[in-house]
Design a protein around this ligand. Sequence first.
Ligand code: CP3
Length: 358
Amino acid sequence: MELKNDRFLRALARQPVDRTPVWMMRQAGRYLPEYRAIRADAGGFMDLCRNRDLACEVTLQPLERFPMDAAILFSDILTIPDAMGLGLYFETGEGPKFRKTVRSAEDVAALTVPNAERDLDYVMNAVKTIRHELNGRVPLIGFSGSPWTLACYMVEGGSSRDFRHIKTMLYDTPDVMHQLLDTLAESVTDYLNAQIRAGAQAVQIFDTWGGALSTPAYREFSLRYMEQIVAGLMREHEGRRVPVILFTKNGGQWLEDIAAAGSDAVGLDWSTEMSNARARVGHRVALQGNLDPNVLFAHPSAIRAEVARILDSYGQGPGHVFNLGHGISQFTNPDHVTAFVESLHELSPAYHREIALG
Ligand code: CP3
């Protein structure tokens, strides 16, 4: 099926585009009243993820409001540990939790790699339904958490400030830590390949907690496993390249290492300047980012100024996918997202003049 808007895929391939493509991490979610309405009817968040029609509907909601250049599958990174039998649940205001934690060598040894097509069939059904409904409007992004980030939730049993349990495991029993990460890397590879076969046209790996590690620990316990996954992914499907984006929150100081891990693009949070990132790794990967999501709380004129600053920091030419530096806050006014995307549409063509001239 023909893709009507391939700006996002072109930018990831560092090919010329008419304007900078844009999507937002967590673009479907609680900041949209139409999402909250469906979520209230569905029951729980996971009920929403497990229902292909509702998952499809909320995936498309942001596209109905804003002219985004990509859709992202509505699901969660914690579907893999849930499929491993840890019992994912959400308590209002407290974030994700697991009924079972993984703390000992025995706990790790008992884990098995889920069969993505069988145990996570609801995700693949959502991907197929969304692709069908998108009908080539924009590409669909699939995703997973990184092994390290998934392990953080599995070992801690939920969100954590200090990563007490997982860092104890890492430093006391690194072999156990490696065994867990290895099982997760295999699971993520299989899961992302299943999403690609089901119709995901690009994939992003969210390494939300990689930035909590020391430099050597980041290389050994996070980046190494993402590299292993990238090496095991299908990179072509339906006659097109399937690009991979690696996003390590707070990973700016390791950009050279991340860019060497084999992905097509690197996602940046707002702490790294685009110009600096481009000078360091722009010759080998595309860059995605990096508006501070909290800028969207400010007046539209401030939003526009930040969009202008980031476009200017990246500079002329292809290879930039505009995004937030992390997920959008549930307290964001959707009208401010409109202002954000309108500013980008107005300001970004000036950075792609070579192709406008032909
Ligand atoms: O980007 C998108 O629109 C696609 C959907 C998506 C969700 N979660 C939906 C969601 C994606 C890509 C994620 C990734 C995710 N989930 C990450 C990595 C990205 C990041 O933010 O760093 C992480 C760490 C998670 C784990 C998770 N799931 C958290 C921390 C939460 C929030 C819990 C809370 O109560 O605030 C979730 C739940 C979740 N995932 C929601 C959504 C829309 C909110 C659920 C609801 O409706 O109550």
